[in-house]
Design a protein around this ligand. Structure first.
Ligand SMILES: Cc1ncc(COP(=O)(O)O)c(C=O)c1O
Length: 289
Protein backbone atom coordinates (compact mmCIF):
# COMPACT_ATOMS: atom_id res chain seq x y z
CA UNK A 1 0.00 0.00 0.00
CA UNK A 2 1.10 3.54 -0.69
CA UNK A 3 -0.06 6.89 0.68
CA UNK A 4 -1.00 9.74 -1.64
CA UNK A 5 -2.47 13.02 -0.38
CA UNK A 6 -4.37 11.53 2.55
CA UNK A 7 -5.42 8.23 0.98
CA UNK A 8 -4.08 4.69 1.08
CA UNK A 9 -4.16 2.64 -2.12
CA UNK A 10 -2.24 0.02 -4.12
CA UNK A 11 0.57 1.69 -6.09
CA UNK A 12 -1.05 0.69 -9.41
CA UNK A 13 -3.99 2.92 -8.56
CA UNK A 14 -1.94 5.97 -7.61
CA UNK A 15 -2.25 8.90 -10.05
CA UNK A 16 -0.88 12.42 -10.07
CA UNK A 17 -1.79 15.21 -12.50
CA UNK A 18 0.82 15.92 -15.20
CA UNK A 19 1.01 19.53 -14.02
CA UNK A 20 2.42 18.47 -10.67
CA UNK A 21 5.51 20.66 -10.18
CA UNK A 22 7.45 17.59 -9.12
CA UNK A 23 6.91 16.23 -12.65
CA UNK A 24 7.31 19.55 -14.50
CA UNK A 25 10.20 21.14 -12.55
CA UNK A 26 11.55 18.52 -10.15
CA UNK A 27 10.21 20.98 -7.56
CA UNK A 28 10.14 18.79 -4.47
CA UNK A 29 12.14 17.02 -1.79
CA UNK A 30 12.30 13.48 -0.46
CA UNK A 31 13.60 11.13 2.20
CA UNK A 32 14.50 7.44 2.32
CA UNK A 33 14.11 5.93 5.78
CA UNK A 34 15.17 2.35 6.50
CA UNK A 35 13.00 0.33 8.86
CA UNK A 36 14.29 -2.79 10.58
CA UNK A 37 11.79 -5.28 12.05
CA UNK A 38 9.13 -2.59 12.33
CA UNK A 39 11.49 0.07 13.72
CA UNK A 40 12.09 3.08 11.49
CA UNK A 41 15.79 3.93 11.94
CA UNK A 42 16.67 7.46 13.04
CA UNK A 43 13.18 8.66 12.18
CA UNK A 44 13.49 11.99 14.04
CA UNK A 45 16.73 12.74 12.21
CA UNK A 46 15.25 11.92 8.80
CA UNK A 47 12.24 14.13 9.54
CA UNK A 48 14.51 16.94 10.71
CA UNK A 49 16.42 16.68 7.42
CA UNK A 50 13.09 16.71 5.56
CA UNK A 51 12.28 19.96 7.37
CA UNK A 52 15.59 21.53 6.36
CA UNK A 53 15.10 20.40 2.74
CA UNK A 54 11.61 21.96 2.78
CA UNK A 55 13.06 25.15 4.30
CA UNK A 56 15.74 25.06 1.58
CA UNK A 57 13.10 25.15 -1.17
CA UNK A 58 10.78 27.50 0.78
CA UNK A 59 7.91 25.03 0.99
CA UNK A 60 5.82 24.91 4.17
CA UNK A 61 5.76 21.48 5.78
CA UNK A 62 2.27 20.08 5.10
CA UNK A 63 2.31 17.91 8.26
CA UNK A 64 3.43 18.10 11.85
CA UNK A 65 6.30 15.96 13.08
CA UNK A 66 3.80 13.76 14.93
CA UNK A 67 1.75 13.23 11.76
CA UNK A 68 4.86 12.25 9.78
CA UNK A 69 5.90 9.82 12.49
CA UNK A 70 2.43 8.27 12.47
CA UNK A 71 2.44 7.93 8.68
CA UNK A 72 5.87 6.29 8.56
CA UNK A 73 4.85 3.78 11.25
CA UNK A 74 1.58 3.21 9.43
CA UNK A 75 3.15 2.43 6.07
CA UNK A 76 5.61 0.04 7.69
CA UNK A 77 2.71 -1.74 9.42
CA UNK A 78 0.70 -1.93 6.18
CA UNK A 79 3.49 -3.60 4.21
CA UNK A 80 4.64 -7.19 4.68
CA UNK A 81 8.44 -7.02 4.57
CA UNK A 82 10.56 -7.46 7.69
CA UNK A 83 12.97 -4.70 6.62
CA UNK A 84 11.71 -1.84 4.50
CA UNK A 85 12.92 1.31 2.79
CA UNK A 86 10.29 3.99 3.24
CA UNK A 87 10.39 6.62 0.50
CA UNK A 88 8.52 9.88 1.03
CA UNK A 89 8.25 12.84 -1.27
CA UNK A 90 6.70 16.30 -1.02
CA UNK A 91 6.30 18.48 -4.10
CA UNK A 92 4.98 22.01 -4.46
CA UNK A 93 1.75 20.65 -5.91
CA UNK A 94 -0.27 21.08 -9.07
CA UNK A 95 -0.41 24.45 -10.88
CA UNK A 96 -0.29 25.93 -14.40
CA UNK A 97 3.32 25.80 -15.60
CA UNK A 98 5.12 28.93 -14.41
CA UNK A 99 8.50 28.99 -12.68
CA UNK A 100 7.53 31.29 -9.79
CA UNK A 101 5.72 29.64 -6.89
CA UNK A 102 1.95 29.32 -7.27
CA UNK A 103 -0.22 30.76 -4.48
CA UNK A 104 -2.63 28.71 -2.39
CA UNK A 105 -1.61 25.34 -3.82
CA UNK A 106 -1.56 22.21 -1.68
CA UNK A 107 1.71 20.24 -1.71
CA UNK A 108 1.59 16.69 -3.07
CA UNK A 109 2.58 14.07 -0.49
CA UNK A 110 3.54 10.59 -1.60
CA UNK A 111 4.85 7.76 0.59
CA UNK A 112 5.76 4.26 -0.54
CA UNK A 113 7.71 1.42 0.96
CA UNK A 114 9.84 -1.27 -0.65
CA UNK A 115 11.67 -4.31 0.67
CA UNK A 116 15.02 -3.12 2.01
CA UNK A 117 17.94 -4.92 0.43
CA UNK A 118 21.26 -4.11 2.05
CA UNK A 119 24.49 -5.38 0.40
CA UNK A 120 25.00 -9.13 0.72
CA UNK A 121 28.02 -10.35 2.76
CA UNK A 122 29.81 -11.46 -0.44
CA UNK A 123 29.71 -7.95 -1.83
CA UNK A 124 30.90 -6.42 1.41
CA UNK A 125 33.78 -8.86 1.67
CA UNK A 126 34.87 -8.10 -1.88
CA UNK A 127 34.10 -4.39 -1.90
CA UNK A 128 32.78 -2.46 -4.89
CA UNK A 129 34.35 -0.64 -7.80
CA UNK A 130 34.09 3.14 -7.97
CA UNK A 131 35.22 5.79 -10.43
CA UNK A 132 36.08 9.45 -9.85
CA UNK A 133 33.93 12.01 -11.65
CA UNK A 134 33.91 15.82 -11.56
CA UNK A 135 31.10 17.00 -9.30
CA UNK A 136 29.12 19.27 -11.62
CA UNK A 137 25.96 19.54 -9.53
CA UNK A 138 24.44 22.77 -8.30
CA UNK A 139 25.62 24.44 -5.08
CA UNK A 140 22.77 23.27 -2.83
CA UNK A 141 23.65 19.59 -2.55
CA UNK A 142 22.57 19.81 1.09
CA UNK A 143 18.92 19.85 -0.06
CA UNK A 144 17.54 16.36 -0.64
CA UNK A 145 15.82 17.44 -3.83
CA UNK A 146 13.95 15.17 -6.25
CA UNK A 147 15.80 17.02 -9.06
CA UNK A 148 18.29 14.17 -9.33
CA UNK A 149 19.23 14.42 -13.01
CA UNK A 150 22.83 15.40 -12.21
CA UNK A 151 23.14 12.52 -9.75
CA UNK A 152 21.65 10.13 -12.33
CA UNK A 153 24.21 11.25 -14.94
CA UNK A 154 27.03 10.89 -12.43
CA UNK A 155 25.85 7.42 -11.39
CA UNK A 156 25.55 6.42 -15.04
CA UNK A 157 29.22 7.34 -15.55
CA UNK A 158 29.99 4.73 -12.89
CA UNK A 159 27.62 2.20 -14.47
CA UNK A 160 29.20 2.76 -17.90
CA UNK A 161 32.57 1.86 -16.36
CA UNK A 162 31.09 -1.25 -14.72
CA UNK A 163 31.40 0.41 -11.30
CA UNK A 164 28.89 0.70 -8.46
CA UNK A 165 29.40 4.32 -7.48
CA UNK A 166 31.04 7.54 -8.58
CA UNK A 167 33.27 9.40 -6.12
CA UNK A 168 32.76 13.10 -6.75
CA UNK A 169 35.56 15.67 -6.80
CA UNK A 170 35.07 19.43 -6.88
CA UNK A 171 38.05 21.76 -7.29
CA UNK A 172 40.46 19.03 -6.24
CA UNK A 173 38.48 18.12 -3.12
CA UNK A 174 36.27 15.15 -2.25
CA UNK A 175 32.58 15.91 -1.91
CA UNK A 176 30.53 12.67 -1.76
CA UNK A 177 29.16 9.85 -3.93
CA UNK A 178 26.32 10.15 -6.45
CA UNK A 179 24.00 8.64 -3.80
CA UNK A 180 26.24 8.19 -0.78
CA UNK A 181 28.74 9.87 1.51
CA UNK A 182 32.40 8.91 1.30
CA UNK A 183 34.85 8.12 4.09
CA UNK A 184 38.61 7.80 3.61
CA UNK A 185 41.05 6.01 5.92
CA UNK A 186 44.68 7.14 5.86
CA UNK A 187 47.32 6.18 8.40
CA UNK A 188 44.61 4.77 10.73
CA UNK A 189 42.66 8.03 10.72
CA UNK A 190 39.10 8.21 9.38
CA UNK A 191 38.61 11.30 7.21
CA UNK A 192 35.41 12.75 5.78
CA UNK A 193 34.42 16.19 4.49
CA UNK A 194 32.38 18.50 6.73
CA UNK A 195 28.68 19.17 6.20
CA UNK A 196 28.50 22.08 3.82
CA UNK A 197 26.30 23.01 0.86
CA UNK A 198 28.49 20.67 -1.24
CA UNK A 199 27.23 17.44 0.31
CA UNK A 200 24.02 15.88 1.56
CA UNK A 201 24.12 15.62 5.35
CA UNK A 202 23.78 11.84 5.46
CA UNK A 203 22.00 10.18 8.34
CA UNK A 204 24.40 7.23 8.03
CA UNK A 205 27.33 9.71 7.90
CA UNK A 206 26.19 11.04 11.29
CA UNK A 207 25.84 7.55 12.76
CA UNK A 208 29.31 6.54 11.52
CA UNK A 209 30.83 9.69 13.04
CA UNK A 210 29.03 9.07 16.35
CA UNK A 211 30.21 5.46 16.40
CA UNK A 212 33.80 6.43 15.61
CA UNK A 213 33.78 8.96 18.45
CA UNK A 214 32.06 6.63 20.93
CA UNK A 215 34.62 3.92 20.22
CA UNK A 216 37.71 6.10 20.25
CA UNK A 217 38.52 5.67 16.55
CA UNK A 218 40.66 8.55 15.26
CA UNK A 219 38.50 10.80 13.11
CA UNK A 220 39.06 14.09 11.32
CA UNK A 221 36.20 15.98 9.72
CA UNK A 222 37.92 18.23 7.21
CA UNK A 223 38.38 18.83 3.51
CA UNK A 224 39.92 15.76 1.88
CA UNK A 225 42.04 16.29 -1.23
CA UNK A 226 41.90 14.26 -4.41
CA UNK A 227 45.50 13.15 -3.71
CA UNK A 228 44.43 11.79 -0.31
CA UNK A 229 41.51 9.94 -1.90
CA UNK A 230 43.82 8.38 -4.49
CA UNK A 231 46.36 7.40 -1.83
CA UNK A 232 43.80 6.09 0.69
CA UNK A 233 44.36 2.96 2.75
CA UNK A 234 40.58 2.43 2.69
CA UNK A 235 37.57 4.04 1.06
CA UNK A 236 33.98 3.47 2.18
CA UNK A 237 30.66 4.68 0.97
CA UNK A 238 27.78 5.11 3.39
CA UNK A 239 24.05 5.43 2.90
CA UNK A 240 20.82 4.25 4.50
CA UNK A 241 20.51 1.35 2.05
CA UNK A 242 24.21 0.52 1.51
CA UNK A 243 25.13 1.02 5.20
CA UNK A 244 28.96 0.92 5.31
CA UNK A 245 30.31 -0.50 2.06
CA UNK A 246 34.03 -0.70 1.20
CA UNK A 247 35.27 0.54 -2.17
CA UNK A 248 38.02 -1.83 -3.32
CA UNK A 249 38.98 -0.27 -6.65
CA UNK A 250 39.02 3.36 -7.75
CA UNK A 251 39.32 4.11 -11.46
CA UNK A 252 40.37 0.50 -11.95
CA UNK A 253 43.25 0.72 -9.44
CA UNK A 254 43.26 -1.23 -6.16
CA UNK A 255 42.47 0.87 -3.08
CA UNK A 256 45.05 0.54 -0.30
CA UNK A 257 48.64 -0.50 -0.04
CA UNK A 258 50.72 -3.65 0.28
CA UNK A 259 49.14 -7.06 0.71
CA UNK A 260 45.73 -5.57 1.55
CA UNK A 261 45.48 -3.53 -1.66
CA UNK A 262 42.23 -4.10 -3.52
CA UNK A 263 40.60 -5.71 -0.48
CA UNK A 264 38.32 -4.10 2.08
CA UNK A 265 40.34 -3.00 5.11
CA UNK A 266 40.03 -3.70 8.83
CA UNK A 267 38.54 -0.30 9.73
CA UNK A 268 35.63 -0.86 7.34
CA UNK A 269 34.94 -4.24 8.90
CA UNK A 270 35.09 -2.69 12.39
CA UNK A 271 32.73 0.14 11.45
CA UNK A 272 30.31 -2.24 9.73
CA UNK A 273 30.17 -4.33 12.91
CA UNK A 274 29.63 -1.27 15.10
CA UNK A 275 26.84 -0.19 12.75
CA UNK A 276 25.14 -3.58 12.96
CA UNK A 277 25.40 -3.60 16.77
CA UNK A 278 23.93 -0.11 16.86
CA UNK A 279 21.03 -1.17 14.62
CA UNK A 280 20.30 -4.05 16.98
CA UNK A 281 19.93 -1.70 19.95
CA UNK A 282 17.33 0.22 17.93
CA UNK A 283 15.49 -2.98 17.07
CA UNK A 284 15.19 -3.88 20.75
CA UNK A 285 13.33 -0.62 21.45
CA UNK A 286 9.50 -0.64 21.45
CA UNK A 287 8.23 -0.52 17.83
CA UNK A 288 6.58 2.89 18.22
CA UNK A 289 9.64 4.51 19.80
C1 LIG B 1 23.84 12.46 -2.75
C2 LIG B 1 23.70 11.63 -1.51
N1 LIG B 1 24.61 11.75 -0.53
C3 LIG B 1 24.54 11.02 0.59
C4 LIG B 1 23.52 10.08 0.79
C5 LIG B 1 23.48 9.26 2.05
O1 LIG B 1 22.48 9.72 2.94
P1 LIG B 1 21.80 8.77 4.00
O2 LIG B 1 22.90 8.20 4.84
O3 LIG B 1 20.91 9.67 4.77
O4 LIG B 1 21.07 7.69 3.25
C6 LIG B 1 22.53 9.94 -0.19
C7 LIG B 1 21.44 8.99 0.02
O5 LIG B 1 20.73 8.60 -0.85
C8 LIG B 1 22.62 10.73 -1.37
O6 LIG B 1 21.70 10.62 -2.34
Amino acid sequence: MIYLNGEWMPIEEARIPVLDRGFIFGDGVYEVIPSYSGHPFRLREHLARLQSSLDGIRLANPYTLERWEELVHEIVAKNPWEDQGVYLQVTRGVAPRDHAFPKGVKPTVFIMSNPLTTPQPGLREKGVAAVTVADNRWLRCDIKSVSLLANCLLRQSAADAGAAESVLLRDGMLTEGSASNIFVVRKDIILTPPKTNFILPGITYDVVIELARANGLPLEIRQVSEAEVRDADELWLTSSTKEVLPISTLDGKPVGHGAGAGKPGPMAARMYQLYQDFKRTVMRAPANA
